[in-house]
Design a protein around this ligand. Structure first.
Ligand code: HEM
Length: 419
């Protein structure tokens, strides 16, 4: 049996080969590139971003499941070093501390224990009637239009509006929050200019202040939302959750809870409409929708890379990664690994093992909102196929993706409603 992970004292950084051809921010041709990488160099170094990339499902799972040897503290660090002006703005105005996705045990476990008592499948299910109402509103708003942008007109705000039900945020704040969130995505995962970084940093500070103000308000006037729950249950762990930890949790959720779902909804529609037999199948049998969502998560997930840092030098599939190195876990590549998924580039809504994708991570950090994301997608698709079974993509449009290292979704998806 081969030892998959071990520690080693020396390191070899290969900067030739596939790493030099890797385009980390460019999503075009990404899956074809992964296919070559898995065969030629399943673990490689990319000098452009100073990250090691792991492309096999086995390698990705190994890192996700091991919170001792691989730290998550790098998960939200800007991939592109920030210019001094943006850094100064963040240093002066940001107070968020690591609480979940970029926080290691034991602090992470202590915090997740409380957060998970609010964010869980049972509570999400109680939201189903509201989710359906919001989905109907979103679908109904398309009425009378011949051509629509399925991203901007349908899925852009819907997941945020669902999340706001949990967070007690007025629906009118959706456009502002979406703008802040997309700037936060770009500053953390993009390669934007110093001027865009400066604007993004100002927005992040405004976003953080919004969360702090919300928590301060709930400290005085508790409601039935996430922040109020955390305040009421803060004493169930030792030490109890601080005000700053609670604001940081709110800040984290206000991004995690909708950006990736918006992108997944767009990717799912693109896959289904781009493969007409699948679309027709879910129109005539809506019980196929949950399977279609699972296959969309595998086939074109909305978070294609996630990050870890090695604590010690590590041998992964015969390649030595040094200690304290940045590692990019190619979740999208793992989901197309032929070891588990035959014909991985074929979109098959009846694929029996689609749910073995790693799109929600695994292990201690696995996505706490996964049941909500699935529920939102299923309900939205049910409402769309019921109202617009003849929905079709506009011919010959070129798909442009947001330019980030983690989040993947089309910027725009033009479609005809068909009636
Ligand atoms: C399609 C939609 C979504 C995708 C693809 C997604 C994916 C992920 C991934 C890859 C992680 C990191 C796993 C790791 O580090 O091992 C994560 C963590 C997380 N997600 Fe999601 N997510 C989605 C929707 C949501 C929603 C709707 C919520 C909230 C309601 C949410 C809340 C979180 C939180 C709080 C974490 C941090 C968990 C922790 O570190 O304990 N996500 N998600």
């Amino acid at each position: 049996m081969t030892t998959f992970v071990s520690t080693a004292s020396d390191s070899i950084i290969s900067t030739s080969g596939i790493g030099a051809r890797f385009k980390p921010f460019d999503h075009h041709g990404m899956y074809a590139f992964f296919e070559r990488a898995r065969v030629e160099e399943p673990v490689f170094f990319c000098p452009e971003i100073n990250y090691w990339i792991v492309t096999t499902r086995e390698g990705v799972l190994c890192l996700l499941r091991d919170a001792i040897n691989f730290s998550a503290d790098i998960a939200l660090a800007p991939v592109t070093p920030l210019a001094p002006e943006a850094l100064a703005i963040l240093k002066a105005g940001m107070g968020a501390e690591p609480t979940q996705v970029n926080c290691d045990p034991p602090k992470h476990d202590r915090i997740r224990r409380v957060a998970g008592r609010f964010l869980n499948a049972r509570r999400f299910l109680t939201l189903e009637p509201d989710i359906r109402r919001l989905a109907r509103e979103a679908v109904g708003a398309l009425e009378g239009r011949a051509e629509v942008d399925l991203v901007g007109d349908l899925v852009y705000e819907f997941p945020a509006r669902v999340l706001f039900l949990l967070m007690g945020i007025p629906a009118d704040d959706a456009p502002q929050i979406k703008r802040w969130a997309s700037h936060r995505v770009l500053i953390t995962f993009g390669d934007i200019s110093p001027e865009e970084q400066r604007r993004g940093a100002e927005d992040m500070v405004a976003y953080w202040r919004y969360c702090v103000a919300m928590v301060n308000d709930r400290l005085r006037r508790p409601q039935s939302d996430y922040a109020s729950f955390l305040i009421a249950h803060r004493g169930e762990v030792e030490p109890e959750l601080s005000d700053n930890e609670i604001s940081s949790l709110v800040f984290g959720l206000l991004l995690a809870g909708h950006e990736s779902t918006t992108n997944l909804a767009a990717n799912t529609l693109l896959a289904l409409l781009g493969h007409r037999p699948s679309w027709q199948a879910i129109c005539s049998d809506t019980s196929l929708i949950p399977g279609a969502v699972e296959e969309a998560l595998r086939f074109s997930t909305s978070i294609v890379y996630w990050r870890r840092r090695t604590r010690a030098a590590t041998v992964l599939q015969g390649v030595t990664i040094p200690a304290n190195a940045n590692v990019l876990l190619a979740l999208g590549a793992a989901n197309h690994d032929t070891e588990l998924f035959p014909e991985p580039d074929h979109f098959d809504i009846r694929r029996p093992n689609a749910s073995e994708h790693v799109s929600f991570g695994r292990g201690t950090h696995s996505c706490i909102g996964a049941p909500l994301a699935r529920l939102e997608l299923v309900v939205l698709l049910e409402e769309i196929v019921r109202r617009y079974p003849a929905l079709a993509l506009v011919d010959e449009q070129s798909i442009d993706y947001i330019r980030t290292i983690a989040f993947r979704g089309p910027k725009c998806l033009m479609a005809c409603l068909g009636n």
